[in-house]
Design a binder for this molecule. Sequence first.
Ligand SMILES: Nc1ncnc2c1ncn2[C@@H]1O[C@H](COP(=O)(O)OP(=O)(O)OP(=O)(O)O)[C@@H](O)[C@H]1O
Ligand SMILES: [Mg+2]
Length: 701
Amino acid sequence: MTPFIGYGSESAERDAGAHHTILRFESLWRALGYARCEEQMSTRPAREFHGRDAELALIRAELERLSEGAEAVVVVEGAAGMGKSRLLAEVSTIARSLGIRVGSSAADPNETVVELAALLAALFDGDEPLLGRDGLATVQAHPEQRFWLLRDLQQLLERAALESPLLISIDDAHWADGGTAAAIRALPMRLMGLPIAWIIALRPPRESTPLVHALEQLKRNGAHTIVLGPLDDDAVVQLATDMLAARPDQSILEQLAEGDGNPFLVVETLLGLQEENRIRLVDGQAELIDKQLPRRVQVKMRERLGRLSDEASDAVTVAASLGRAFTFDELARTLGRPASDLLAPVGELLEANLLVERNERLAFWHDITREAVRTSVPVTARRALDRQAAGVLLEAGALPVEVAVQLAASAEPGDEVAIETLLDAAKVLVTTDPDTAAQFGQRALEIAPAHHPRRGEIVGTTAIALHIAGNSEEAMTFADRALRETLPALQEAEVRLSIAGMFAISPEIRISAGRLALNLPDLPASVRARHLACLFHNLVTAGRIEESRAVLDETRAAVASTDDARGWFTLRVAESALEYADDRFDLSVELITSAYRDGIFAGDDQRLRLAHMWHGELLSVADRYEEAFAIAADGLAAAQRDRQGWAYQMFETWHGRMLLRAGRLSEARAVLEGRFALEDGTHAAAVLDAAGIVALGRLAI
Ligand SMILES: Nc1ncnc2c1ncn2[C@@H]1O[C@H](COP(=O)(O)OP(=O)(O)OP(=O)(O)O)[C@@H](O)[C@H]1O
Ligand SMILES: [Mg+2]
């Protein structure tokens, strides 16, 4: 594999041919008695990989261990342009020569919130994908399905690794989405002992992200780290010799020294010099025509842009808003021009090596190129272009999460499409990447006008996201302020009802959400009944039994007078728990049995699953273990079928605790350890988890 896709092997061969011609001429000229031969040079990217001997030796040794059935994890850190991608390409070549199958991908800066984008690309893309797509039930990953996808992927990888050793290579991991970060944390550990090598490259992290935590954990478990520093002088000379097809003289080397051994800068400098026709071949040695001061690449890049035709310059400027890679059609639409008009400018950009063709799309030759193009335009203009590009991508069928980052940064107040898109993206991310979801929600709120009909939904989603992200106080303050300022009472009560029903957050917050809602004026009777029932249930589950008794009569009366199915259901589930607390066991079982039977029509799926489990729990307490285990199996299967991660985890924890009580210790250990080793970071710590961890602790004693 070569990163220089812009230079097809054919043109590289042509260049090499030209070079041989020059050499032949040279000997001819010499034979004719001419002292010097001067030719304009053509420069091309390095064909060989230079330097980095120690790094390659380490990686090779790790890869060779795969044949002994061992796993390997290597993390490659290096600044922009230090040669990470090139190293990874070299590693892939080595791996293939050792009979290792390779899957590789690079995380995309525009897909930082697209669930599992980088990992799925590594596993399923390419001519010979590591895994067959049909093996996976769905590759349309949704964050709430992360838990399942990781399990499915783990199984598929286990099977694939039994057939032949694998290398999974993920480049630019600093842009990896949350799902990929979670996978990097979990999968290498879970697949330990199988011949799978992971190589993960990233720019040195500036902040502590989930990915950084994941990598730290891998390192603690024996992953190797390679820090790519500057290329040494010998390697720079080799690299330049390779590109120039002649030895560089001192003047060139001095200029290259400006790049401080950063291969990107070395390569860019040589390409820039060639473009300015400032290198010539003299007696088989490449030298500079003049000794102008070396300019930095950024400046050079602006100059390169300046030398383009207006059309090409417009096209590349707009392209930088579309992302690292884009289609010809998207570019044409963003420019508002027929595709046929773009043939010439795009051709010019390909010729100038600013763009390359990659997987039937156009792409920037290098991220640094794209960054330089972006910084060459004033911020306000860039923002407008980003917004326009996001619109085109959405129209072309991009998912809200794919363009939300761009929209969050570029949309102006009142931008309807941006408001809708950010809200949709926030909803998708709320359980798996609540921080980002909250940011999107807050941004949507900023640009939504005061009486926008979706403000209520935006506030609710954002508050829930903040809760799940663990910023409970911030969430409450945010919700309180936003709710009071902006929403009619009914909408506010509905938002608070959804907060009050979230079992993944602490009961205290659920209780206070309910109390605040009940203080609202003029609530419709059915909403009030639901809130009361919900508050009662939250008080019981929080163990605040006396307080719960205090609201019981009022709740019963409210529910009875409205005859609301959801209200009844919630009330009965809670009453069952209260009777249990009062040691009226039979009544408790009776209540939960009828609640569960009627609850199917209550439209409260989360609580229904909870009731199902509670029913099973009561049966197990009555030593009716067979029925209880059947309920556990049922609940697990239903949660799996519906891809309800939180419910699956709840049932699994309960199942483990039941096994423990039934004295089935080794099975309990297997279930509970599996449950808590699974650090996919998707769920806020809940009461149920605490119970599971306690149970696991008892097993350890
Ligand atoms: N050891 C090497 N031998 C030959 N060429 C190299 C070597 N290392 C890097 N290069 C070349 O230098 C340029 C920059 O390298 P590369 O793209 O791998 O950097 P990077 O670390 O991946 O940068 P980024 O962080 O921006 O992704 C590329 O043209 C690459 O082919
Ligand atoms: Mg790279």
